[in-house]
Design a protein around this ligand. Structure first.
Ligand SMILES: Nc1ncnc2c1ncn2[C@@H]1O[C@H](COP(=O)(O)OP(=O)(O)OP(=O)(O)O)[C@@H](O)[C@H]1O
Ligand code: SF4
Ligand SMILES: [Mg+2]
Length: 395
């Protein structure tokens, strides 16, 4: 794995075993992401964008199965083989190292909990110790202040010296609350001053995160329920949840598709800003090439379960190499020009065409395209294309 890569997907195969037949959703997908970049994953509906991102989190739903390949992810100094991780390590990785923004925020938010509780849940899953320490420290300071007021500064200084202020009892009661803040016992405990400090530390962080995604009046929004939020606001809350633990890799699956253009522009600016501030890498899934041009550093184009071209954003718009990528770019509507479409239909993923999956729609199809799946060729530096036109045989 190159030093600069944060994610490497190698020859990934995913199938869905449905009553209608076996859906070959991903067929040897190869993808790399570098540290701190925004990689756009583009392609028509059903080409496998969401299944690729779900595979990285190992969240492919049944009847889907990851049947081959490797996924490597780097978190700090550790390199993980995602497909070999045990359940405990996977749970720790999800939400903390890799998090995801889904296309439909309302389907993701729980309607019966307010915004604060939902963000707190993520924080308590991954950053509990941090809040325990902060609460114990605040409580210790408060007690010393009270002691100084009642018995004088010297008495307070003496107590601080022998370190009697944070007892095991305090630590344990904070831990109880941290384990289940929504439980009756949690709420009951929160009434006592010690636990109030813990809750207030978590609340402070929730408000800070809501502010960082430019939510106006974050204290009020923290108390709101999903049905009280506008579409743009709900999407910002979902982004806030995804950012709660400063993930190394953020996966955004069409996060602006259902938003109007002004809110879409605000969310895109926000994502750009967050990338700058947090230095996270972002896998941005979309079928909107305008968004790709504005936001992404590199682009991977997908077609029928394959990545067919991957390079930087300027090269893809300037000189796309794969016949499908060329046709896709030509089909962008332009004022005064007739609509152009790609001839034929996207193939069924149950029994897809042999060889190159684009062969029945491609004007350049050759004998070899009907039999052999084209591997990735490096046509020029950092410009990869899966098409026989760029293989040794055609030179
Ligand atoms: N739960 C499922 N059961 C059966 N097939 C599925 C399931 N989920 C996805 N697929 C199939 O896997 C393929 C890839 O689907 P995927 O959702 O990744 O497409 P996509 O590129 O994200 O499309 P869109 O742009 O519409 O979101 C499709 O052919 C789809 O029918
Ligand atoms: S491999 Fe062959 S069929 Fe596929 S895109 Fe290239 S030329 Fe067309
Ligand atoms: Mg999708």
């Amino acid at each position: 794995m190159s030093q600069n890569n944060i994610l490497e997907v190698e020859n990934l195969n995913v199938r869905f075993y449905t009553y209608a037949g076996v859906v070959e959703a991903l067929d040897s997908v190869n993808l790399t992401m570098r540290k701190g970049e925004i990689l756009g994953l583009v392609g028509e509906t059903g080409c496998g964008k969401s299944v690729t991102s779900l595979s990285v989190m190992r969240l492919v739903p049944p009847p889907g199965k990851i049947e081959g390949g490797n996924i490597y992810f780097v978190a700090g100094s550790n390199r993980h083989s995602v497909l070999k991780m045990d359940d405990g390590s996977l749970r720790k990785m999800r939400g903390k190292d890799i998090s995801m923004i889904f296309q439909e925020p309302r389907a993701y938010l729980n309607p019966v909990y307010n915004v604060e509780d939902q963000i707190a849940e993520v924080l308590l899953e991954h950053r509990k110790e941090e809040f325990l320490k902060a609460a114990i420290e605040t409580h210790r300071k408060k007690r010393l202040e009270n002691l100084a007021k009642a018995k004088g500064a010297k008495a307070a200084a003496d107590v601080e010296k022998i370190g009697k202020v944070s007892s095991t009892f305090e630590v344990n009661t904070y831990k109880k609350l941290a384990r289940n803040p929504r439980s009756l016992a949690g709420r009951f405990l929160a009434k006592f001053s010690r636990q109030r400090y813990f809750k207030s530390e978590v609340r402070k962080e929730v408000v800070r995160i809501l502010k960082s995604v430019e939510i106006p009046d974050p204290e009020r929004v923290a108390r709101m329920y999903p049905h009280e939020l506008s579409g743009g606001m709900a999407q910002r809350v979902v982004i806030a949840m995804a950012l709660a633990c400063n993930p190394t890799l953020l996966i955004a699956d069409e996060p602006t598709t259902n938003l109007d253009v002004t809110v879409q522009a605000q969310i895109l600016n926000l994502i750009k800003q967050l990338k700058k501030n947090l230095n996270s890498s972002i896998l941005y899934i979309t079928h909107d090439l305008g968004v790709v041009a504005q936001l992404c550093d590199r682009v991977a184009v997908m077609y029928a379960g394959n990545i067919i071209e991957m390079t930087d954003v300027f090269k893809i718009f300037d000189k796309p190499l794969h016949p499908y990528a060329q046709a896709l770019l030509e089909s962008i509507p332009r004022p005064g020009q007739a609509f152009k479409s790609i001839r034929g239909l996207v193939p069924s993923m149950i029994n897809p065409p042999k060889g190159c999956r684009f062969n029945d729609r491609c004007s350049y199809a050759m004998e070899i395209c009907l039999k052999i799946k084209p591997p990735f060729f490096e046509a020029s530096k950092d410009h990869y294309v899966a098409c026989h036109l760029y293989g040794e045989e055609s030179k």
